[in-house]
Ligand binder design. Structure first.
Ligand code: SF4
Length: 368
């Protein structure tokens, strides 16, 4: 918890109340401070005029640190990618995806990623470190301020709203579970950022013990599982985590995940030419998911991904989708967003890159 001079961002309402008590103030000032930070998004203690002058002065000895913008790129389709620098110089990316009726922000939970999914450029970075709650929330606060966005299902007056949040940027959120859960509490608290948990989706490669812990968490977001194969043999090669949590074990944990009425699990399936896109794969996928209330997002592999992997042809993608939907499994082909600025799924790394593409290529070659 922040003492004098510490970071205030990322503290829960209870932690801020405890801080006030430590400072000899009334606990309700903690809730006032919490409202100022997240409801009104006042990040300068001087502007928190509902607090006493003496308390504002004390707060000036604390830090409220947003990430610093290094670069912002705008794609032809309006998608914007932010390269943000954290206080220790690490860099992460987040992506704002505008659509007709919604604006979705995709945020990162780790700098780099320790997992090694072969179709993902972030894997090239290797693992740098986990982001703390201030850094996870900082991405949201930065973009909200930059775009003057409201939060909720609709905008306010001429201000559009941030309607959806996805934890699908750099890193595996479930490897940073404590910090992610704390951030989710603040994001969804009506006195905090007040985003509905139904509008937040966490995407995982399928860490089974952590999926079970998430299922018991105070805030349970929508769960998206990156599956991308229908046999352990192929998934072992594409996503090494499968060797620890094979498909059956993973789907068992998914079957136990709590779902509200009308809620479905999402399975993401990156389609790669000749690897996982056959009719047989589609039929196997239907069988695997038969007992789950789920839908499938089909994502043709985006360009720039690891060597030797090619996107499935549009015809193959359609055929794959038809087999799924023909058997009653809802399936959608996801249009890649921000591809020209490397902002689409599995592409986050280049602007923040610490490693060259050649590094990745040679590492893959040795894995074959
Ligand atoms: S797909 Fe996700 S978990 Fe896999 S390497 Fe990329 S960022 Fe990490």
């Amino acid at each position: 918890m922040a003492a004098s001079g510490g970071e205030l961002l990322g503290l829960t309402a209870d932690e801020l109340a405890a801080l006030m008590v430590d400072w000899g103030e009334k606990p309700y000032h903690g809730r006032q401070l919490y409202g100022a930070l997240y409801r009104r998004r006042q990040l300068d203690p001087g502007s928190m005029t509902e607090l006493s002058k003496s308390l504002r002065r004390k707060l000036e000895s604390c830090v409220i640190s947003l990430p610093r913008l290094q670069r912002r790129q705008r794609a032809a389709d309006g998608t914007e990618k932010y390269l943000l620098e954290l206080t220790d110089g690490e860099k992460v990316e987040c992506v704002l995806i505008p659509e007709r009726k919604r604006n979705t922000l995709c945020i990162s939970t780790q700098a780099g990623c320790p997992l090694d999914c072969r179709f993902c450029l972030t894997a090239m970075l290797g693992f740098r470190r986990n982001l703390d709650p201030a850094e996870i929330l900082g991405q949201v606060l930065y973009v909200l301020a930059d775009k003057n966005l409201a939060i909720g299902s609709v905008g306010i007056g001429s201000r559009p709203a941030l309607t959806n949040l996805v934890l699908m940027g750099m890193g595996e959120p479930l490897l940073n579970l404590e910090n992610v859960l704390k951030s989710l509490i603040i994001m969804t608290d009506p006195e905090g950022l007040a985003l509905s948990p139904r509008r937040i989706t966490l995407s995982t490669v399928g860490l089974v013990p952590q999926i079970r812990r998430l299922a018991q968490a105070p805030v349970v977001p929508n769960l998206a599982v990156s599956l991308s194969a229908t046999t352990d043999e192929v998934r072992d090669r594409l996503m090494p985590i499968n060797r620890r949590y094979p498909i059956d074990t993973l789907l068992q944990a998914c079957a136990e995940f709590p779902l509200k009425r009308n809620q479905r699990l999402t399975f993401e399936y990156v389609l790669m030419d000749g690897i996982n896109d056959s009719d047989q794969d589609a039929r196997r996928l239907v069988k695997l998911l038969a007992q789950l209330r789920s839908k499938v997002n089909l994502l043709p592999l985006n360009p720039g991904n690891a060597n030797g992997l090619r996107p499935s042809s549009p015809r193959r993608v359609n055929r794959f989708r038809e087999i799924l939907t023909g058997k009653g499994l809802p399936a959608y082909v996801r249009r890649p967003r921000g591809m020209d600025i490397y902002a689409a799924c599995g592409q986050l790394h280049l602007a923040a890159g610490h490693h060259s593409r050649a590094t990745r290529t040679s590492r893959l070659d040795t894995n074959r």
